[in-house]
Each structure stands twice: as C-alpha cells, then as structure tokens.
Ligand binder design. Structure first.
Ligand code: GDP
Ligand code: IMO
Ligand code: MG
Length: 434
C-alpha cells in the first residue's frame, strides 16, 4: 500500500508554530521534507530545556528522522553547513537528502535583496535580507545556479562567467563599490559543494520511492499561505508558494499522492515585515500578546506585528489549502486579555465583504468587524503542561473551549490538535493526522 503524504502549512502570515507542530508529528513519520522557501524561515522546536532554531533543515532532526530538502527550496550552502554542524554538535547524526536541483542563494542575491527593497519604497515587503527573492527571480529567468552545479568546477565556472559580470554591473549601477572576484567565488562555492556532496541526491526519486514502499512522509511548509507568491498578499509576501499548492512542484510529488493537509493557526495573528494587516493591534494589548507569545522574529529578531484572529483571511487559506483539519497554537499567549476578539467580516465602503479580497490596496481600506468572547487567565508553563497531559479538550479552561469551538465554526474546519506551550509536550492531540 502506498504511504501517507501529509502536509503541514501555515494558514496566516508565518510563525504559526509550524516547527513545533512538525516536530510533534515527526515522531510518527519516516521522513520530513521542506518543499519551498529558504533560510527566511525560522522554525522553533522546544524539547524540555533544549531549543532548536531551524532555518533550512526540516524539523524532523530532533526525532532523528530522515530529512529532505526538496527541489523547490532555495539553499544558502553556508547556512546549511552551519545548521548541520549545529545538530552534529548536539549529538545528532544528520540524515539529510539535499535536492540536486534546488537553487543556490549566491552572495549577489543577498546584496541585491537590500537594493531591490530600497528601490521599491512603499512596495517593499520588509524581507529577511537572505537573498530569497533574487534567487527565485534567477530560477524563473533560468539564470540560476543549482546545487548540482556546485559539484563540477568546470560547469560552475562556465555558468558563473556569464552571471557574475552581469550581476557586478547591476550592483555597480545601483551604487555598490564592492568588487566580486570571479575565480574566488568559483573556488569558494565549489568547495561548499564538496562539503555538501555526500548529502546531494535526486530527491524526486527518493521521496516517491519512500511513498511506494508505504512510508509516511511529512511535508513541512515554511512561511504562511498569506505570504505566498500567488496565493498571498502580493507584493507584501515571499517568492514561493507557501502553502499546500507548493508541495507538488517543490517536492516533485503528484497532487493525487497527497493524502491529507493540515493548517497551523495561531490563536491570534502575527506578521513580520510590511503590508496591510486589517486586524493589527497597537498599545497595551499588542504589547501583552507580543511578550506572552515571545513575538520576536526567529530569523531576524524583529518585533512581530500582532493582531486579533482574522477569520476572514483564515477561512480563505483553509479553503485554498482544502484543509483536513487545523492545529491551533499559542492559546496560552492570549491569556489575561478580556474580552478577546475575532474578526468575522470586513466592511468595504460601508458594505459587508464576507471573503478575503486578496488585493493589498483593498485590504488596506477594509474595516474589520469583530465578535467578542470572554478571555481566560494566565497559568504557569507547568500548569499548561499539566492540562496538556490530560489529552482532553475538557481539561482546558471553559473560555478556551468556547474560543476553539468558535474557531471551528467560523473557519468551518475540525480541530486536529491544540498547542498551549512551546514545549513538544504542551500539545493536546485530538486526531491522528496520518
Ligand atoms: P514557525 O515559523 O511557524 O515554525 O514559528 P516560529 O518558531 O517562528 O514562532 C513560533 C514561536 O512560538 C516559537 O517561539 C515557538 O517556540 C513558540 N510556540 C509554538 N507553539 C506555542 C504555544 O502553543 N505556546 C507558546 N507559548 N509558544 C509556542
Ligand atoms: P516562517 O517559516 C514570517 C516575510 C518577511 C517579508 C516577506 C518577504 O518562520 O514562518 P523574504 O525574505 O521571504 O523575501 O521576505 O515575507 N517572511 C516571513 N514572515 N515567517 C516567515 O517564515 C517568513 N519568511 C518570510 O518578513 O515580509
Ligand atoms: Mg518562524
């Protein structure tokens, strides 16, 4: 029997707790696969006193699973090698399969990221400055360097001889005074390829073989659906399909092989970077949520913007991902706020909009309409852990139960699990996702 191909994606603007949830479910998986994005992602996994921050490696490492970086990911080889070393220093063997056809983030991509942002002015996304957009641009323009190219110095040199002088001219025209030496970049990236050589494979073959053998594959989305290049709020997002739509192209797995799709949804909303944010909060409530949820970027350390749960936006992401269930996270971080609010519709020019209008210019003008629900009081981490240990929704404060029931109703989707703390154990499982 063919194996299970289960997808986990973010249903908001990223940082929903995908790392925690992927780690939690990785126990039951054979392999864990990243299929898009790059080291713009920051996925936190907490196991007791140990905290892992993954930018490129899939969050299956702490459970010692096989981890795969699929062809749809853009890879900064230096960051990847650092992360591999970090895991090895912690005593983990890194069983990594790195796609030979994933694109490489080169130094000129990183330099161009900041320059493009400066030119964009009010249309800038507030990127993570990791070269993500420029690397995906070169991929689409067929000007990119792929992981496999790093393994053959002649091929690498032949390609870089075309690309580097062009990028150099572009950077100089934008005011850069830094000189790039072609030979040193060829030498450096060939060496990085050598250091990664043992991990490099044809991942489409590997992932499909695992499925043929009946193995369970967990796909870990990065970013969130509302940041997706096609499905999100353009241009205030990232450069890949940051939802289930990205799995087939980014891991070379046919849509019909995917057996289930689950969304991770924060109990409120957060966003790093620029762009309209209809339910954004400021002042005391925002500060309280930011502190309780430690809402500072895992990758850049930037304070995250926070707001009420937006059921209009999340209903849209539930729909286009055709979610089989949602996993609600960070409920504990919404404690000690009374009442709590959920946005159920938008008004545009005085008229009710029941759907997500997608265009940033429209989203900047909508007025969110809210319902209010009673809040709940804060507990210590230990008390939340004890609640989680009972593995029963009824052990939760009754206000939390009502909030979750309202989420299910508004989003028209079933709860699959609930997270009430950063630790792996602070999770209530309601349905097995495999
Ligand atoms: P990701 O990018 O979706 O993996 O999310 P991040 O790791 O960037 O941000 C989520 C943050 O919330 C991390 O610091 C997690 O450790 C933490 N976290 C995840 N779930 C919970 C939860 O239920 N409660 C609390 N308090 N923290 C959580
Ligand atoms: P995880 O996987 C939150 C945001 C950036 C910026 C926009 C484009 O941890 O949820 P990019 O560097 O991709 O060109 O930036 O997207 N962004 C994220 N926001 N979580 C992320 O990843 C993000 N990755 C990118 O802040 O607005
Ligand atoms: Mg993150």
């Amino acid at each position: 029997m063919a194996g299970k191909a289960v997808v986990i994606v973010g249903t908001q603007w990223g940082d929903e707790g995908k790392g925690k949830i992927t780690d939690y479910f990785a126990e039951k998986a054979d392999i864990v696969v990243r299929f898009q994005g790059g080291n713009n992602a920051g996925h936190t996994v907490v196991v007791g006193k140990k905290k892992f921050k993954f930018h490129l490696l899939p969050s299956g490492g702490p459970h010692r699973k096989i981890i795969v970086i699929g062809n749809g990911v853009v890879v900064d080889p230096k960051v990847l090698l650092e992360e591999i070393k970090m895991m090895q220093d912690e005593g983990f063997d890194v069983d990594l399969k790195l796609s030979s056809t994933a694109h490489v983030i080169m130094p000129y991509h990183i330099a161009l990221d900041g320059m493009e942002e400066a030119i964009k002015g009010k249309f800038k996304a507030g990127t993570t400055m990791r070269g993500i957009g420029p690397a995906y641009s070169d991929k689409a323009a067929r000007f990119g360097i792929r992981v496999w190219d790093l393994l053959d110095k002649a091929i690498l040199a032949e390609k870089l001889e075309k690309v580097v002088p062009f990028k150099q001219k572009l950077l100089e025209s934008l005011g850069s005074t830094k000189k790039t030496d072609l030979q040193s970049i060829v030498d450096e990236y060939f060496q990085l390829g050598q250091n990664l050589r043992k991990y490099i494979v044809d991942t489409p073959e590997i992932i499909n073989n695992y499925l043929d053998e009946g193995k369970s594959v967990l796909f870990e989305g990065a970013q969130g659906t509302l940041l997706g290049i096609d499905e999100g709020m353009y241009p205030y997002g990232t450069s890949s399909n940051a939802c289930a739509l990205g799995v087939s192209a980014g891991a070379s797995v046919a849509p019909t092989r995917i057996t289930a799709i689950f969304g991770v949804t924060k109990a409120y909303t957060s966003r790093v970077g620029e762009g309209p944010f209809p339910t954004e909060l400021s002042g005391d409530i925002a500060n309280k949520i930011r502190e309780q949820g430690h809402e500072y970027g895992t990758t850049t350390g930037r304070p995250r913007r926070v707001g009420w749960l937006d059921a209009v936006a999340t209903r849209y992401t539930r729909r286009i991902n055709n979610l089989d269930g949602i996993i609600v996270t960070l409920l504990d971080a919404l404690s000690d706020i009374n009442p709590v609010k959920i946005c159920t519709s938008y008004l545009l020019d005085g008229k009710k909009l029941g759907y997500w209008p997608i265009q940033a210019e429209i989203l900047a003008k909508v007025q969110p309409q809210y319902i209010e629900l009673p809040g709940w009081k804060q507990r210590s981490d230990q008390e939340w852990l004890e609640i989680a240990r009972q593995q029963n929704l009824e052990a939760l404060p009754k206000e939390v139960q009502s909030y979750l029931a309202k989420m299910e109703e508004l989003l028209a989707v079933k709860l699959s699990a609930v997270s009430i703390g950063a630790d792996r154990e602070a999770t209530i499982l309601l349905r097995n996702i495999f």
